[in-house]
Write a protein that binds this ligand. Structure first.
Ligand code: ARG
Length: 486
């Protein structure tokens, strides 16, 4: 340990090595080294512009930090173990490279505002990456729906066949829930948009720092409002884990549909060999493992939200070391969400819908019972009366072991005079699917509208992701910024 964060007041010969090893966060926050380096490079630029560090020292510091950033990008930066966290490890490394001048970097700064900054930069990049993938998947589903406007498949309630729909309609259902999750990612992104740096340990600084300049350099709209709140605030992290869980839950539902529909019991989809797993024992198997893994991993996403909620619950104002425990759930969320979005994005083109099986599940006619009742309503019959008459007709068909679709109109008419041959045409599944033209319904025109709405929403959200500053953009901005005070 370099002893950077120890004084005589801290006392003794340093923390017991066993406890330092036990309490370090370096293992996790190493992954934020690039964020930490850019935060420091921006900070030292601000210190130079405000004359808190002279230009020559600031230049040496910034050049070294940006060189370390470039090395980190290239994967060649070595950060030795032995420090409590990445912030001290970077300062220690800077000391090895530059000597005493490294001691100027931490002016008007605490690790408490540094960690809040690094985490926000991390979450911002991860949320933007997840948002980009989520919008790509929404756009893919919407575009694929366009090719499946007439492909029949039953919709289910209570996992019982309910009503005739199209595969395009199902794809738009998946896209709609993923779109809402993507909006949550957009919200999480917006919650990262304030600069913590300059809050110090808990109450700001007596030195004439310029937080607005640092905000600009690091791509934030403004500094955070209150220093005490800022160092203990992990709301942005909660919002991120929540948004990540929402994406995973949307994917999990899609995956469950694919898993069920690929069984021989449903058989509405076929998985081609590129995404099917075999069994080590049963030669006939073609398993939907990829979709099961995404569904299984969604539990981790939910767990991470709970971990963050219970972590902040009961903490007092200000910084508390408990907050270091945010690292695992937070840093895990990005790869988890990106991985699941990538897996589903790669797998879906290998899921093939079987419209013949879908139509076959609807030929019995009972799934069109509501459409038959609505045909009577169209003739002025009260819905409840029509509903009861059709219910009685369905019962008759069941009792006679006969599909509703082939019931004789003369028999049907005994249940209600309006149940004639013309009304019974409502039992045709394709006609029933096409007839539901209400907004959000199954008709090809209604689904086309959904496709348009979803494609537009995906485009709008993709633009938010694309406009989120990347670390590379920030590095270039900071490197080009003058160090001389105005
Ligand atoms: N290692 C700490 C964390 O990652 C950094 C801040 C520590 N501050 C402190 N006063 N111990 O949360």
């Amino acid at each position: 340990m370099s002893g950077i964060a120890r004084t005589n007041a801290t006392g003794g010969e340093g923390m017991l090595p066993e406890l330092l090893t036990w309490s370090t966060s370096l293992e996790h926050d190493r992954r934020m080294v690039r964020e930490d380096l850019l935060g420091s490079a921006a900070h030292v630029t601000m210190l130079s512009r405000t004359k808190l560090v002279d230009v020559a020292d600031a230049r040496a510091l910034r050049d070294a930090l940006l060189a370390m950033y470039a090395a980190a990008e290239a994967g060649t930066l070595a950060i030795p173990d032995g420090e409590e966290d990445i912030h001290m490890a970077v300062e220690a490394e800077l000391g090895r490279r530059l000597g005493a001048v490294a001691g100027r970097l931490h002016t008007a700064r605490s690790r408490n505002d540094q960690v809040a900054l690094d985490l926000r930069l991390h979450v911002r990049a991860e949320a933007a990456a997840a948002l980009r993938r989520a919008t790509e998947l929404v756009a893919y589903l919407a575009q694929r729906a366009n090719n499946e406007l007439e492909t029949l498949i039953p919709a289910y309630t209570h996992r019982q066949r309910a009503q005739p729909t199209s595969v395009g309609f199902l794809l738009c259902a998946w896209a709609s829930s993923l779109y809402r999750a993507a909006e949550t990612l957009g919200f999480a992104l917006s919650r990262c948009d304030a600069l913590p740096l300059g809050s110090g340990a808990c109450s700001g600084s007596s030195l004439p720092i310029d937080r607005k300049l640092t905000s600009y350099l690091l791509g934030f709209s403004s500094p955070t409002i209150n220093a005490l709140d800022t160092v203990g605030d992990r709301d942005f992290a909660l919002d991120w884990t929540w948004a990540g869980a929402r994406v995973l839950l949307a994917l999990s539902r899609l995956c469950t549909d694919v898993i069920d529909y690929s069984t021989s019991e449903f058989s509405y989809v076929k998985l081609d060999g590129r995404i099917a797993a075999g069994s080590s024992m049963m030669p006939q198997k073609k398993n939907p493992d990829i979709f099961e893994l995404v569904r299984g991993q969604s539990g981790k996403g939910v767990g991470n939200v709970m971990a963050m909620l219970t972590l902040v619950k009961g903490l007092p104002s200000g910084y508390n070391r408990d907050l270091q425990e945010d690292r695992r759930p937070l840093l895990e969320t990005g790869p988890l969400v990106r991985g699941a979005l990538d897996a589903v994005g790669l797998a879906l083109p290998h899921v093939h819908f079987d419209g013949v099986r879908g139509a076959a599940a609807l030929t019995d006619g009972s799934t069109q019972a509501t459409d038959l009742a609505e045909a009577l309503v169209r003739r002025g019959i009260p819905f409840r009366e029509a509903y009861k008459a059709v219910g009685a007709l369905v019962r008759h068909a069941v009792d006679h072991n006969m599909p509703l679709a082939i019931v004789d109109p003369a028999i049907a008419a005994t249940f209600h005079p309006a149940l004639d041959a013309a009304a019974l045409e409502a039992l045709d599944p394709a006609a029933a699917m096409r007839a539901k033209g209400s907004i959000g319904g199954t008709s090809p025109a209604a689904v086309s509208e959904q496709i348009e709405v979803l494609s537009g929403a995906a485009e709008r959200l993709a633009a938010i992701a694309a406009n989120t500053p990347t670390l590379a953009t920030l590095a270039a901005r900071i490197a080009g910024e003058p160090l001389e005070p105005a």
